[in-house]
Design a protein around this ligand. Structure first.
Ligand code: SF4
Length: 364
């Protein structure tokens, strides 16, 4: 706990806030690209500690939230087949598909099992040789190496009843897509430290250069985030735009070579639809040709992209940073974690869940 407490000192936090206020000469809008950072910002009131001139907006940093509806529908379709066991992380169970979710499908009798790692899904496959075991592999670059390793090990073990339904997404193309959106307000980014422990941050350098935005690789503790904001504002005030690494205790510029190696062997870059953000070229990972026999889409049919339905939920706008959760009319009243209307309230890492947990509206 001591180690963590070092990054939560109130005096140091106020010191950062004062310094940021002192160097700020005009309003700036920054986006954090990680649901964990969003939770820390709201939980510790970091946005309220900052001067009013600094606006923090929350980006598409929740991997569960950005998983497109078409993949939930495909997972439901596969789970409904006889002789199939679908393995998934628990936070995917209540994510809404077009007509249902995995939790409801399980209640109706589908064999859907919650696992805590993809390797656990491999064990399920070994223990159930008569069934097809499908692991629903979602997430950013942080989960991709372990998911790739499961496929690699399945191949080495000759497990023929194991496959992965892959909806892995990549952060840098999403940052570019946000910057290219008409009316973009974001002037600087706090990049997700744990993603960069895997990938490093070379991929962010051309984005900072070409779009003229500072990008600061940032950790998750309050002082990490405040230092990330400070470094971003310092660059903006000087008219600079480069990548800085605030999270140097965990991140190196080239990242983790072993993790990248297994990812690159098992996966390949593909276009991907993001919930709330539409199609983004080369923004996802799919199973590479060498491992195609472990691709659930090769076994059970490809995912058909479907138009997103809007309805009352404004999660798309929340994921694009266009509104804060508490600006949604349903927040905390018609939409709560117990009765969620959308994925950003369902997911533990979702921005709406963070606001509900730490900043309820009066009477909410
Ligand atoms: S508060 Fe609920 S309805 Fe509103 S955007 Fe968030 S998840 Fe959707």
């Amino acid at each position: 706990m001591k180690y963590r407490d070092e990054y939560r000192t109130p005096d140091a936090a106020r010191g950062y806030a004062d310094t940021i206020a002192r160097i700020t000469t005009r309003p700036w809008t920054l986006m954090e690209v990680c649901g964990g950072q969003t939770h820390a910002i709201v939980r510790f009131g970091i946005d309220q500690l900052l001067p009013e001139t600094i606006s923090l907006i929350h980006g598409p940093g929740c991997p569960v939230c950005v998983t497109p509806i078409a993949y939930i529908d495909k997972a439901l379709e596969i789970a409904g087949l006889p002789g199939v066991i679908l393995c998934t992380f628990g936070d995917m169970l209540r994510v809404p598909g077009t007509h249902s979710d995995l939790s409801a499908a399980r209640a109706r009798g589908a064999d859907i099992r919650v696992v805590y790692s993809p390797l656990e899904a491999l064990t399920v496959a070994r223990e159930n040789p008569g069934d097809e075991v499908v692991f629903f592999a979602v997430g950013f670059e942080t989960t991709a190496p372990a998911n790739a390793m499961a496929v690699y090990q399945a191949e080495r073990a000759g497990l023929e009843n194991f496959s992965v339904l892959v909806s892995q997404v990549l952060v840098p193309p999403a940052i570019r897509a946000l910057l290219d959106r008409p009316g973009n307000q974001v002037q600087g980014f706090l990049a997700a430290g744990h993603v960069c422990t895997i990938t490093g941050y070379e991929a962010y350098e051309p984005i900072a250069r070409e779009h003229g935005v500072p990008i600061v690789v940032t950790g998750f503790e309050p002082l990490d985030i405040l230092e990330g904001v400070y470094r971003c504002v310092r660059q903006l005030e000087k008219g600079e735009s480069c990548v800085e690494n605030q999270y140097s205790r965990a991140v190196r510029r080239p990242g983790n070579a072993m993790a990248q190696h297994v990812m690159q062997a098992v996966f390949q870059m593909v276009p991907r639809q993001w919930r709330g953000m539409g199609d983004i070229p080369a923004s996802g990972l799919g199973v590479s040709l060498a491992y195609r026999s472990f691709d659930a889409e090769a076994r059970f049919g490809t995912v058909n992209g479907e138009a997103e339905t809007q309805g009352e939920c404004l999660s798309g706008a929340v994921l694009r940073g266009e509104i804060r959760p508490d600006q949604c009319p349903a927040f905390g009243t018609r939409c709560t974690p117990e009765r969620p209307l959308g994925v950003t309230m369902v997911s533990e890492e979702g921005a709406c869940a963070a606001y509900y947990r730490y900043r309820r509206p009066a009477g909410g």
